[in-house]
Design a protein around this ligand. Structure first.
Ligand SMILES: Nc1nc2c(ncn2[C@@H]2O[C@H](COP(=O)(O)OP(=O)(O)OP(=O)(O)O)[C@@H](O)[C@H]2O)c(=O)[nH]1
Length: 366
């Protein structure tokens, strides 16, 4: 069975794998630029009093760049570049202040902040590979700061530092792993119809939006089909809701079985389904849907002792022949479907062509 892809889900998961979403990463970067830029002005001024003029100059220059970042980060197309630039420079700077001969012991707390920032801004994989080397370097710098391990006290200090760093990395790694899993589940739930496993209406509409944009760029056509099971209410009323649900699942399976992996299927609601057939000629889509109609009409679903048979009607609209916007295509396909229902059901109708039921021809919409 070929299951049509859900590009929406894929795009969202890509985002969820790189830490926070783009909008949140931009907000976080802006806040970080503001806080670190302001802090560097204060630190730079204090370094002048300490006599480290070169360090003060570096801090003032860095704060200038950070304030520039505040103004640009919301619009830049190079967000990842800014993030790497900020983290690599920031982490290198932390290392530098740890290596200053009479560095304050508080400078080393930044080692613990490294995985938090890297994981939030880059996600699990890139965050791990960026933060670990800097954390190791920070711990080594701390070892030298303690002037090697001269006594039990410095051994305790070093162990405290290493243990905290390892635990911090472990916790944030675990947290990010769980967050990614939870977000993946949430996306699947938000985009999938729970009964059939197909894309739900909202997800189908966004797939249609993307298909339209792609087709406008490439000049290729596609077909939008709306399919509705005939007299479905009777199945529910005579066999029960559970039997109705089974019919819906069975029809969904038949739809996805017959279509190509590049095509998309969604449940639009109730007993109505939407199909997007990519790179297909109008006459081919008509034939394909008529074959599908026949398959459904010929199939039998065993429900306990009973055998359920249903038929379905199909309305087809083509891009660009019958519309270049989603709304127009939906409306046209819907009108075709309605003409099938009016003409007796178990039919396929394409805009401008008659509805067909086996050998019987009924009037289709224009
Ligand atoms: N079992 C089940 N039934 C559903 C579900 N969603 C909607 N329905 C039922 O689908 C039926 C749709 O009935 P109608 O809109 O009258 O359509 P129909 O009986 O198929 O008639 P036509 O479309 O005109 O051929 C209603 O009985 C709904 O309760 C569902 O998820 N499961």
């Amino acid at each position: 069975m070929k299951t049509p892809q859900h590009p929406d889900l894929g795009a969202s998961l890509e985002q969820s794998r790189s830490g926070l979403r783009d909008t949140h990463r931009r907000s976080l970067m802006r806040a970080l630029f503001l806080v670190t830029g302001s802090a560097l002005v204060i630190f730079g001024s204090l370094q002048i009093f300490n006599g480290y003029l070169w360090l003060a100059a570096g801090e003032f220059v860095a704060s200038g760049v950070l304030f520039l970042g505040v103004a640009r980060i919301n619009r830049t197309p190079h967000l990842q570049g800014w993030i790497y630039g900020y983290l690599v420079t920031g982490f290198s700077f932390f290392l530098l202040i740890m290596l200053v001969p009479d560095a304050s012991v508080t400078a080393f707390v930044w080692v613990l902040m490294m995985p938090v920032l890297a994981y939030l801004l880059l996600g699990k994989k890139e965050g791990f590979f960026l933060s670990v080397p800097f954390m190791v370097a920070g711990c080594v710098a701390f070892y030298f700061h303690l002037e090697f391990i001269a006594n039990a006290r410095s051994m305790i200090d070093l162990l405290n530092m290493v243990l905290c760093a390892v635990l911090m990395l472990g916790f944030i790694h675990l947290y990010e792993t769980r967050r990614e899993e939870a977000e993946r589940k949430l996306f699947t739930l938000a985009q999938t119809d729970g009964l059939t496993g197909l894309s739900n209406r909202a997800s189908f509409q966004s797939i249609l939006g993307r298909t339209l944009a792609e087709s406008k760029r490439s000049g290729s056509g596609f077909a939008l089909v709306i399919m509705d099971i005939d007299y479905f209410k009777i199945v529910n009323d005579t066999m029960g809701h559970d039997a109705g649900d089974q019919v819906l699942r069975d029809i969904s399976r038949r739809l996805t079985e017959r279509l190509r992996t590049t095509d998309s299927v969604g449940r639009l609601g109730g007993e109505e389904f939407g199909l997007i057939l990519r790179d297909v000629k109008p006459e081919d889509s008509f034939e394909l849907m008529d074959e599908l109609r026949q398959r459904i009409a010929d199939s039998e679903l065993c429900y306990g002792e009973a055998v359920i048979r249903v038929t379905a009607s199909f309305g087809i609209a083509h891009y660009p022949d019958h519309g270049t916007e989603a709304e127009t295509l939906f409306r046209t396909a819907d009108r075709c479907l309605f003409s099938c229902k009016r003409a007796g059901r178990n039919m396929v109708a394409r805009a401008g062509v008659s509805a067909v039921k086996g050998s019987r021809i009924a009037d289709g919409p224009v």
